[in-house]
Ligand binder design. Structure first.
Ligand SMILES: NC(=O)c1ccc[n+]([C@@H]2O[C@H](COP(=O)([O-])OP(=O)(O)OC[C@H]3O[C@@H](n4cnc5c(N)ncnc54)[C@H](O)[C@@H]3O)[C@@H](O)[C@H]2O)c1
Length: 331
């Protein structure tokens, strides 16, 4: 039975978590870890029982490595993905794919040319609650989404992931966090046609990027959307309202609750509780899908094109915020 050997590039919080999840993916095997911090690489390599490297090119040169998980700070994804593709390795890249559409296009073209698989880990929509929101809309009971409002707020203190303090490595709030919600809206409403954005830094003066984002989106389907993200709220929340042609759904991720009501149902709403342990772990699903795509050619749950679409909106939103004008997204 064919196996896929992985190298983990970036042994921080997320990389370690993904490497542990990989243990539960059939036919996937961690072969090596890499981190520029020698201490992190050696410690985590010892925990996982695999060799440790401090230069990703060493890990890429290994014959027992067929694929890599790129879980480094956001601003380093492109260089490492391109090196991995050039070495003929399949790539699972964490979100955000990159900071510009041009970088996304370079990576996608290079992967196509090299004949390797490239996936971007937009896991949010695979988490049980969001998967349920998608399933409700896919079932058609509420009709097609026509308007949506999503809020995701929290506090950026002194994060354990230090890269989050610098725009050069984090990219900004839209790249580090909001790409998840943009991707969710794309799954529900289809591609974005235009975006108008207000981005401000009101409170978190120790970071050199926005701590507040308001995005108004028009989708090609005709639907409209509003995204509100903040890193300056001591109250954390992640909730949304999606109005369909035949009913409305509200979700609250923290509470694990989805409520929806169809037109004609009077005051009757359906409320469902969806806890994190309901359904399958989204992180396991994405890595299993990636492995099955590489080994069996099975259609992937997430694609690089979707990762690019989220970056296209984020990049356009930064342009809108700097010009004060809505920006149209090219098809
Ligand atoms: N999908 C999700 O839900 C989710 C959640 C958290 C983080 N992430 C993403 O995962 C990535 C990592 O985030 P994190 O929270 O683990 O950050 P982190 O700072 O905890 O870890 C990053 C690690 O990468 C290492 N590193 C830096 N440069 C490197 C290089 N050139 N080669 C090898 N290692 C290098 C750092 O030393 C650090 O150990 C980011 O892209 C982030 O956006 C995704």
């Amino acid at each position: 039975m064919a196996e896929l050997g992985f190298a983990l590039i970036g042994c921080g919080g997320m990389g370690r978590s993904e490497a542990r999840v990989l243990r539960d993916v059939p036919r996937a095997r961690l072969a090596a870890v890499c981190d520029v911090s020698q201490g992190a690489a050696i410690e985590f390599g010892a925990e996982m029982g695999v060799s440790a490297h401090t230069d990703h090119r060493e890990a890429l040169a290994r014959e027992d490595v067929g694929a890599v998980m790129v879980v480094t700070p956001n601003g380093l994804h492109t260089e490492i993905v391109l090196d991995a593709v050039a070495a003929g390795k399949h790539v699972f890249c964490e979100k955000p794919f990159a900071f510009t559409v041009a970088e996304c296009d370079r990576m996608i073209a290079a992967a196509e040319q090299a004949g390797v698989r490239l996936m971007v880990g937009h896991v949010l929509r695979l988490l049980p609650l969001f998967q349920r929101v998608i399933d409700v809309f896919d079932s058609g009971v509420l009709g097609r989404p026509v308007a949506a409002q999503i809020t995701r707020i929290g506090w950026l203190g002194d994060p354990t992931a230090r890269y989050r303090l610098r725009k050069e490595l984090a990219g900004g709030l839209l790249y580090d966090v909001t790409v998840h919600e943009i991707d969710l809206l794309h799954r529900l409403c289809g591609a974005t046609q235009s975006v108008y954005a207000l981005l401000d830094n009101h409170v978190q003066k120790h970071v050199d990027y926005e701590d507040d984002a308001q995005l108004l989106l028009r989708f090609r389907s005709g639907a409209s959307g509003h995204l509100f993200a903040s890193l300056a709220s001591p109250m954390s929340a992640s909730f949304g309202t999606i109005v369909g042609q035949r009913g409305t759904l509200r979700y609250n991720h923290g509470a694990g609750e989805i409520t929806y009501r169809r037109v004609g149902d009077g005051e009757e709403s359906i409320t469902e509780t969806v806890t994190r342990s309901d359904g399958e772990n989204g992180y396991l699903r994405e890595l299993r899908s990636f492995t099955e795509w590489v080994l069996d050619g099975k259609a992937p749950l997430l694609t690089a094109a979707e990762g690019r679409a989220a970056i296209q909106v984020a990049e356009a939103a930064y342009r809108s915020a700097s010009t004060g004008q809505p920006v149209t997204i090219e098809e």
